[in-house]
Design a protein around this ligand. Structure first.
Ligand SMILES: [Zn+2]
Ligand SMILES: [Zn+2]
Length: 394
């Protein structure tokens, strides 16, 4: 791409985004005032579909229950790039006092998915106007139920990712100043797995443990041994957390109960650590069973994998941001939270961009009842990702 061509796109895109920004903010405030929880995004997807119709973008509604999929066809053949935004709110009562605060008691866009939804509308509006110069198609994926983890799976099952060659997503990040972006190499967050262990013993009198099999003593050793997975088995440079968050057994001080139940969560960022953690938990359960005469029944569930940021997609995004906005993308630390864009990122090369949204003097935490992101992050998100797609499909 020549320098003049480059300047041409840059000023056109800046101007287009500046023009549409007031409307995107107006839609965002409307969505913010009317938050909907996972798989209940009926009004929200109605707003999205109406805006896509107004823009002349072809779309399908009811994909994965309340999801919407828009399609922009480039003038020439080429790859299909998907961009995914989540739409659901959280079960939190808003306490910002903003004029457009949630009108729904106990529901709030406290993770900023309202920002993501309108950012994707803006990206769609810009790329639709640029379609004559695109070689390839753009898929706009408006996804329900990210917080509950389930929306991505249902949309994939109903074809949202069919024919997609690469995927992008975004998340607002109030720890990053507005106007800047965060990038994470490799695994951007964590796999979130869960386990239930029932330790079966043999009930008896507390005074005669030799005539019983004590599941509490076995469970106590089990909890301690599980921590050796993190300290002694997983590579120290990798991430692994094993937490037993619930343990229940017994009613009376002088009765050995017949069972003890444990529930826990495992967070890992590397596939090797994930496999090691599951294998270690299985082996330790077997060891405790053999050593202490109990029977440990383990149910281990694999949740979503980590979002794997593919280096090529990351670099294309960073280059586009550099060309469009400047040297404003910094490396950022990965998170130990879950995110179901991971399922899409497992299918094709993908990258999830962190968009700075901090507003000085305001709460800088998502999932809090007073979260107030800086709305200018919408325009920055549109310029960054629309430019990325435009460059990929140039
Ligand atoms: Zn969230
Ligand atoms: Zn979120």
């Amino acid at each position: 791409m020549s320098t003049s061509h480059d300047n041409d796109i840059r000023s056109w895109l800046d101007e287009a985004v500046a023009q549409m920004e007031p409307r995107l903010i107006e839609i965002r405030r409307d969505l913010h005032a009317h938050p909907e929880l996972a798989f209940e995004e009926v009004r929200t997807s109605g707003v999205v579909a109406a805006e896509l119709a107004r823009l002349g973008i072809e779309h399908r509604t009811g994909v994965g229950r309340t999801g919407v999929v828009g399609t922009i066809r480039g003038a020439r053949p080429g790859p299909t790039v998907a961009i995914r935004a989540d739409m659901d709110a959280l079960p939190i009562t808003e306490r910002t006092g903003l004029p457009f605060a949630s009108k729904e008691e106990g529901k709030m866009h406290a993770c900023g998915h309202d920002l993501h939804t309108v950012t994707l509308l803006g990206i769609g509006a810009v790329l639709h106007r640029m379609r004559d110069r695109l070689s390839g198609d753009v898929r706009l994926i408006f996804q329900p139920a990210e917080e509950a983890i389930g929306g991505a799976r249902e949309m994939i099952a109903e074809g949202a990712m069919d024919g997609v060659d690469m995927a992008l997503s975004l998340h607002n990040r109030p720890e990053i100043p507005v106007g800047r972006f965060g990038i994470v190499h490799g695994a951007a967050n964590s796999a979130s797995d869960s386990f239930d262990i029932t330790v079966h013993g043999k009930s008896g009198h507390g005074a005669r443990p030799y005539a019983a099999v004590d599941p509490i003593v076995a469970a106590a050793q089990l909890v301690g041994q599980l921590q050796t997975i993190v300290s002694r088995e997983v590579r120290a440079l990798d991430s692994c957390v094993v937490t037993v968050g619930s343990i229940h057994a017994g009613e009376a001080r002088n009765v050995i109960p017949d069972r003890c139940e444990l529930k826990g969560t495992v967070r890992t960022r590397q596939p090797e650590a994930r496999d090691a953690a599951e294998e270690g938990i299985r082996r330790i359960c077997e060891g405790i069973s053999a050593g202490l005469r109990v029977r440990c029944d383990l149910v281990y569930r694999r949740g979503t994998p980590p979002v794997m940021n593919e280096e090529g997609m990351l670099q294309r995004t960073v280059d586009a941001i550099h060309a469009q906005i400047g040297d404003v993308a910094d490396e950022y630390e990965p998170s130990l939270g879950g995110e179901d864009f991971a399922l899409m990122a497992a299918m094709v090369p993908a990258f999830r961009l962190l968009v700075g949204s901090s507003q000085p003097g305001r709460s800088d935490k998502v999932h809090s009842s007073d979260y107030e992101p800086d709305e200018r992050c919408i325009g920055y998100g549109v310029r960054a990702l629309a430019r990325t797609v435009a460059d990929i499909l140039a």
